[in-house]
Design a binder for this molecule. Structure first.
Ligand SMILES: [Zn+2]
Length: 372
């Protein structure tokens, strides 16, 4: 069930708690919530990518002993990535000089390519803020669920709820309404990479030297050939596969990432399986706690959200700009799904609050209730 949004939001709308209380005390609150819910709008590119990824997830689970839910979760992460890639800017790129030089656009605070060899190179990630991620994932989860229900032949309508409800799933055959708080942050987001020239500078003695890792603006976004950087296991080690998404047109940049992701994953159907190998290893590393007590984790752990501070921490790893201690590779606020104890506590609280303030309606509801 839904909860109050982040604190900045709460500051802007100081009466939200009171409104929520009033809303829940209304005997007609379920009907009213349904009336206020609206259809989730999606364009044909979002629809095409969602359908393709869901199909690939089902196929993958047939050729793979892992749970279908894992394939779907991995597919959902790609769907969220397409949305993140809409916001690429000239800033936020990391120059990586290893072997063939790359400009990398990472989503955790370290060089995505070098961490696969266990090397940490701090660089601020390009992840949207937790408030923005919440809005993005709420919509995309709604879209993804709607496509999934349709594929499974389930007669369930997914709607965008009005505050304090994120999503409404309505089983109109059986008169069952599910009101949900969406917690759908991805486990991991594939970095983008653009091949570039070796970068140089003058040292104190006036000699030309090759630059090491560091921030570097991408001043020619329209001429950049973007690639997905997909980590690939190679025996005990990791390498990276670069998959070209092509050039980004100057117009309709919002559609580009969706159409290109759909293109590359439909042209090479084995690619989802290769991506899933990485995702599954990252998920296993994320789920495991033993490494904290002993050896360093699987390197792909450092590409997962909320992975924390580097272990072992290199001597050159920076301290935080504000507050004490060291920078993290990814902080705890961005835990995947509802993996924050804070979210679990909120959920329990909301269920108790609803149960205490208002029981569920007994009578059948007429339709249609929501705004199409
Ligand atoms: Zn690097």
């Amino acid at each position: 069930m839904a909860t109050k949004k982040n604190s900045s939001n709460a500051t802007e709308t100081p009466g939200i708690d009171d409104n929520e209380e009033k809303f829940l005390k209304d005997p007609q609150w379920v009907e009213k919530a349904l009336k206020k819910a609206t259809a989730i709008e999606l364009n044909k590119y979002e629809e095409e990518l969602a359908n393709l990824l869901i199909e690939l997830a089902f196929k993958n689970s047939k050729s793979n002993p892992s749970l279908l839910g894992h394939s779907l979760a991995a597919a959902f992460d790609l769907f969220v990535a397409a949305e993140f890639y809409k916001k690429i800017t000239s800033k936020g790129w990391l120059y990586c000089p290893s072997s063939s030089p790359l400009l990398i656009y990472p989503f955790t605070n370290t060089c995505t390519r070098c961490i696969l060899n266990g090397e940490f190179h701090f660089h601020k990630a390009n992840k949207p803020g937790s408030g923005t991620i919440g809005g993005i994932t709420r919509k995309l989860l709604g879209v993804f669920l709607a496509r999934l229900f349709q594929r499974s032949g389930r007669s369930l309508t997914v709607l965008r709820g009005a505050e304090p409800i994120d999503l409404v799933v309505w089983d109109n055959e059986n008169d069952i309404v599910l009101m949900a708080e969406a917690k759908a942050a991805p486990l991991t987001t594939l970095a983008l990479a653009v091949p570039c020239e070796i970068q140089t500078a003058l040292n104190d003695d006036g000699e030309v030297i090759n630059l090491s890792h560091g921030p570097l603006d991408n001043s020619s976004l329209e001429k950049s050939e973007f690639h997905l950087l997909i980590p690939q296991p190679e025996g005990e080690k990791w390498s990276s596969e670069l998959v070209s998404l092509g050039l980004r047109p100057s117009k309709q940049t919002d559609l580009w990432s969706y159409s290109q992701m759909a293109r590359v994953f439909s042209q090479d159907e084995q690619m989802f399986g290769r991506y899933f190998e990485f995702w599954q290893r990252a998920f296993a590393a994320y789920s495991r706690g033993e490494w904290i007590r002993g050896a360093a984790p699987d390197p792909v752990y450092w590409l997962t959200n909320a992975c924390g501070q580097p272990v072992p921490r290199p001597a050159y790893w920076p301290t935080r700009n504000s507050g004490e201690g060291f920078e993290s590779v990814s902080d705890g606020k961005s835990s995947m799904g509802m993996d924050r104890t804070d979210d679990i506590k909120k959920g329990i609280y909301q269920v108790l609050k609803l149960g205490a303030s208002r029981g569920l309606p007994r009578r059948k509801m007429s339709q249609p209730y929501y705004n199409k």
